[in-house]
Design a protein around this ligand. Sequence first.
Ligand code: AMP
Length: 320
Amino acid sequence: MSSIVVVGSVAYDAVETPFGSRERMLGGAATHFSLAAGFFVGVHLIGVVGRDFSEQDEALLRARGINLEGLERVAGGDTFFWKARYGYDLNDCRTLDTRLNVFSEFDPKLTAGARMAPFLFLANIRPDLQLAVLRQMDAPRLVALDTMNYWIEGSKSQLLETIAHVDMLIINDAEVRQLTGEPNLLRASRAIFEMGPQRLVIKRGEYGAAMFGPAGFFAVPGLPLDAVVDPTGAGDTFAGGFLGYLATTANGSDESSFRRAMIYGSVMASFNVEAFGCERLLTLQREDVRQRFREFKDLVHFELEEIDRLIPRYVEEFAR
Ligand code: AMP
């Protein structure tokens, strides 16, 4: 069976949205990614937690089939902690506290099984750690990277060095603009290709996602949802659905697989926002995923029609 390696944060998050709050919930980019990708394929999670990481949370990840041999536990420190508040516009997220804790000394080491995996996701974490993991892989078929403003501002040259070695970026629109200094996303995609990657996926929150690659452009709208409660981890869940699906395909590099991956990413992210943290992903059933995949197809499906019938006046008066 195909598998994916992910390196990134495993965290405790304190989150407040207009619809409620959680003081300490299981989070982290690698956690959200693993729960979504684990729906499709085996996942090796590479990360670090502290003495406060609960047995229950570890058991919960294990029960989902996530391989935790690469999850280091540091007895003398605390787990990464992140605190944030969202406004009514859920794209408006204010980070109130970031405590790297055990992540500041993290030196990732991959197991033999993880090194052989064909897919690698470098979730949002220090760019030199991302590169350290990438360098330990044998011969991955596809390497994707996420990052955030914190690293674009503070570690840009290291980040660019890491980006030069990856196949694709999965980042949000603000990050694309900040990374390239280019407000126009089409031009920004060309600037990203010059950095090394051949493909760029842009997450656009409730507005969906866009993909730029060798075969051109593809976009998915956001699915209108009745109840959006907490967007924390939606981007990582998108990446998990995207790469998780791709890893199930015999030839993950054809365009139609990448387009379906965009839909599976959107499907998983749409569930993630319906509850706090990873709560919704933990109750998700195969049938839920199947049904929402179809909803996305309906959302963008339309029949082609001859324009001449619609604009007869134009045809008669001007097109002679
Ligand atoms: P997102 O919703 O994509 O912003 O991701 C939220 C997740 O990223 C949360 O579960 C946090 O624990 C984690 N996170 C927030 N800031 C950082 C950071 N600087 N480095 C790594 N992970 C982070």
